[in-house]
Structure formats: structure tokens, C-alpha cells
Design a protein around this ligand. Structure first.
Ligand SMILES: [Zn+2]
Length: 289
């Protein structure tokens, strides 16, 4: 069926508002490409597509998927018509991996929809705003700098939480606590999809000790831009998609994708438990009736 789409030249059609796009009803992210004005897209960021703003049907893209069929046969379909549990910040592939890892841990520990939504958005936005900072994705063997980044997030979450008054839950005060938490989750989750941890341990349930004083010699991660000799590319190791080469490899417990997602989910649970201690005021506000 041919849909009546607004013309690309129609600038106002490319400035969808939150309500018009209806993207991500459950976890709406105002910063996704689908909700972004062209002028708001940061330089150096390749936002490839915009969502049709006034579509009455499930949201759909104005341009074909440049990655072609990674998300199915319909090149215009937005996150395979499941915008409530997936998002596609770059217009390339759906960011289901991160949202699935967050799903259960957040549902059962944060009653507030706004809190969950903000954490999810911040997590996904790391691929939009920090795409070229490898330590945000455990790319390019940046293990030690990624870990110091994570420690920085912890300190900042603790400090920002002190400004939140648990008797007067102002969303504006909690916002930065939750954004830092969401960003840190992204980094932890990418460790499993971008490094060779899963390949090395396969079916065992080893967990990383995040206080690595030195990086184990076997541990490596994919390089996004130029790949040094003897190293692997991002595409060689990436397991955040069922159909990626490393995601498809079968182990006894399941595919590389499934194991990475399982480990990322367990990690997210642990991090949420840690958050309860790091940010008791925000935690209380996010669980109020
Ligand atoms: Zn990432």
C-alpha cells in the first residue's frame, strides 16, 4: 500500500512534535532522531532518517533504511512496528538490545514512568551524541578509560542525588541523576556486545570485576573507524543484533546475541541495585505513588 507522505522539501514536516510523531508511546525519547529537528542534530552525527510526522498509522520513516534489510523487509517501517519497546536513534537499526536489558530491571525498581523513560532515553542517546567517543561503548580497547568514565558517573550520581529532596520530588532535580544513570547503563551493556568477553567465557557465567587494575591480555574490543593491524573491527565483534556475524554464532546456551543480552540484563539488575544505594533520594521519588 502506498502511503501519502509529506514532501521532503517541506521543512515543517521535518519538525515533528512529540504528540504528532507518537513515537515510543511507552518510553518516549524527545531526543531521538524521530523527534529531532534537523537544526538540533549535533554536527558529526549521521542521523540518516526522519519519521513521517502526521502519519495516522504506525510511524514510518520518510527515507529508506540505508542499512537495507537489517530490520526486516519493510525499509520504511519504524523499529518493526514496535515503538513501545524499541527505538532507532540513528535511523539505521533498532536499539532493542539496550531497552531489553533495561526492561525488567527498571520495571520492577522504578514505578515512575517518567523516571524509567528518562533512563531509557539517556541510555539510547549515547549512540546519538557520544558515537565517536569509544570509551562510551567499550570500543577500541578503551577498557581503562571506560571504567574511569563509569566511576565518574557513580560520583556524579551520588553528588547530584544529594540535591534531590525526597519530601519534595522535583523532576528537574532528579533529571540529571537519571540521565547519568542511563548513560552509565549504556556503557556497561556495550561491554558485553562490543568486547570478546562473551566469546572468551562462552557459556560460563563469569562476571567482570570492574576494578580491573590491568586489562587481561586476551580481552579486546572492536574498532569503529580505523582498525589497527591484528585487531578486530566493530562489525567483527558486535553482538547487539540477532543478525550480526558475532551475534549469530551459536554456543550451548544460545547465540552470541542472546548471551550478550542475558549478561547485559544481569549487569543492569546489579547496577539498579547499586543505584538504590548511590541515589536513595531519587530512588524514593521514582517509587512514590
Ligand atoms: Zn553504544
Amino acid at each position: 500500500m502506498v502511503m501519502a507522505l509529506p514532501k521532503l522539501e517541506d521543512a515543517s514536516a521535518l519538525e515533528p512534535t512529540l504528540r504528532q510523531t507518537r513515537v515510543g508511546r511507552a518510553d518516549f525519547n524527545p531526543n531521538l532522531a524521530s523527534g529531532l529537528r534537523r537544526s538540533q542534530v549535533p554536527k558529526r552525527t549521521r542521523v540518516t532518517r526522519f519519521v513521517a510526522p502526521r502519519s495516522r498509522r504506525m510511524d514510518c520513516w520518510l527515507q529508506r533504511d540505508p542499512k537495507l534489510y537489517v530490520d526486516g523487509m519493510n525499509l520504511y517501517e519504524y523499529v518493526t512496528s514496535e515503538p513501545t519497546n524499541a527505538a532507532d536513534p540513528l535511523g539505521l537499526f533498532k536499539a532493542k538490545y539496550h531497552l531489553e536489558a533495561n526492561d525488567q530491571a527498571l520495571q520492577s525498581h522504578m514505578k515512575s514512568w517518567e523516571c524509567r523513560s528518562l533512563v531509557n532515553s539517556a541510555d539510547i542517546d549515547v549512540d546519538l551524541y557520544d558515537l565517536f567517543s569509544p570509551e562510551y561503548h567499550f570500543d577500541a580497547d578503551t577498557f581503562l578509560s571506560a571504567i574511569s568514565l563509569l566511576n565518574g558517573f557513580k560520583l556524579s550520581i551520588e553528588a547530584l542525588d544529594k540535591e534531590v529532596d525526597p519530601c519534595d520530588c522535583k523532576y528537574s532535580k532528579m533529571k540529571n541523576v537519571l540521565i547519568d544513570f542511563g548513560k552509565s547503563l549504556h556503557v556497561y551493556q556495550d561491554f558485553y556486545s562490543h568486547s570478546n568477553w562473551v566469546e572468551h567465557y562462552g557459556d560460563t557465567s563469569s562476571v567482570p570485576q570492574w576494578d580491573f587494575s590491568s586489562v587481561p591480555t586476551w580481552l579486546t574490543s572492536g574498532y569503529f573507524l580505523s582498525v589497527p593491524p591484528g585487531k578486530l573491527s566493530h562489525g567483527d565483534l558486535n553482538k547487539d543484533h540477532e543478525d550480526s556475524p558475532a551475534g549469530k554464532v551459536q554456543y550451548r546456551q544460545g547465540s552470541g546475541f542472546q548471551i550478550a543480552l542475558m549478561r547485559a540484563t544481569v549487569e543492569t539488575w546489579d547496577r539498579v541495585r547499586e543505584f538504590v544505594k548511590l541515589a536513595p533520594n531519587t530512588y524514593k521519588c521514582c517509587n512514590e505513588d
